[in-house]
Design a protein around this ligand. Sequence first.
Ligand code: ADP
Ligand code: ZN
Length: 527
Amino acid sequence: PPALDQTNFPSLEKALKHFFGYDQFRLRQRQVIEDVLQNRDSLVVMPTGGGKSLCYQLPALLKIGVTLVVSPLIALMQDQVEALRDNGIAATFLNSSLSLTQLRQREAALLQGQIKLLYIAPERLLSDAFLPLLQRLAQTVGVAAFAIDEAHCVSDWGHDFRPEYRQLRFLRQQYPTVPMLALTATATERVREDIVEQLQLRHPALHITSFNRQNLYYEVQPKGRQAYAQLLALVQQHAGTGIIYCLSRRRVDEIALRLQQDGVAALPYHAGLSDAARQENQSRFIRDDVRVMVATVAFGMGINKPDVRFVVHYDLPRSLESYYQESGRAGRDGEAAHCTVFLGYGDIATVEFLIDRKPDPREQRIARQQLRQVIDYAESAVCRRQIQLAYFGEDFAGSCQNCDNCCSPPPLEDWTIEAQKFLSCVARCRERFGMTHIIDVLRGSRKRRLLELNHDQLSTYGIGKDHSLDDWRLLGRSLLHQRLVDETSDGYSVLKLNAASWQILRGQLAVQIAIPKPLSTAVGETS
Ligand code: ADP
Ligand code: ZN
């Protein structure tokens, strides 16, 4: 193996200072770097913004030969290489945007040993055009390491599966002595195991850091009837740049337009825009030309804007994993930032409807489970950070004092009587109907289907007129959340009584509901 040339850098700290100007390593960086210098395979799992890049960049500068960095996104590659070159570091990239002349120049520089870091997309790396060059590099200047960025792309359990990543195991077979470093911000156990297996890492060192992003404040706001006004108020209270995520392209366009009309410098970003328009909007956001990006989830991966001060999910996130990633784009500079989810009960129904229409039962099951977890998160009265970290298998005691539930615990009210009405209605409907129908019966609806079923004859018909639709939904969801009633889904959702439901019906168990703050206060507290 190539010898380590540390002569000019008696300590890693000095090298860090020399090349990057930083005084000390962040958590774990040093251990990862030592492992790479000793040619050990490693899996590095760090949250976004944790400082993964340095883990392969510094060793690349200290080792003999060139380090290949596999990265899925061309835009990201360009940015990283530019930033490195600005620091006087010999980095370059190869991708399809280059002219033939540029390609030849870069290849020549590589073969002359002038390049320490080469960024490349997986499909190019594995192409017939590149593999012979790699071979020559290995025989001449030497290959110091393979760094596989966004390594979760090898796993179909992750959120961004890219089949071409699976081919990367070829590198392990062809270059058994070159250490491989897999890096990702995706933390679930399943994905981790998949990475090790798919890339065939050899007894890898596991470097997994906490996913707690202490500088992010988490909150959930009930989405009121005037959701846009609520959003505008929030945007106006925040200083600095922010991202607003919406589920549909139509909504993105609509919100961006309304914000512009209300004097907020906002732009849309979604897959329906032309490449040029997306590129343009993105760079205007990065340059601070606009303050707010309204986007679908297509926006963000690989966008390195450290000073995003707030991220709002106007619609429910698809899963807790994606919520963590998307909200995690805030505050990458370590300064305080705000993450807000709008929880709309109508939105839940829409997502459920879409899930019910999915053709693949496996997909349906996964989507339902993910929706359930998101709702549990949003409705919970306990520390938000604790729920998120528990999702990643991390123990966190709670009481973070940096989320809405910690900073202003929701008041609890006794809703036992209402719960009894609700549950007896479930029983009267023979546990064959979903929440919407149960509430229709309670509120004495005249819907045709209800009348056809003769459910206007039930003893619970109309006994809940004294409460609004939203109240009943709040109760129903809270019962589900506290597991005081069950929900099964055979194509559509059906409420079922469980042991706890019967205890409530028998008057043996009281029901406490966390009452969401009135919208005015909820908005007022976000500044
Ligand atoms: P990741 O790839 O894990 O999302 P990056 O590698 O982009 O994170 O690093 C995030 C930010 O942290 C970058 O701006 C980087 O320059 C900075 N950074 C990394 N390591 C250190 C360090 N040891 N000291 C100070 N800043 C650091
Ligand atoms: Zn908390």
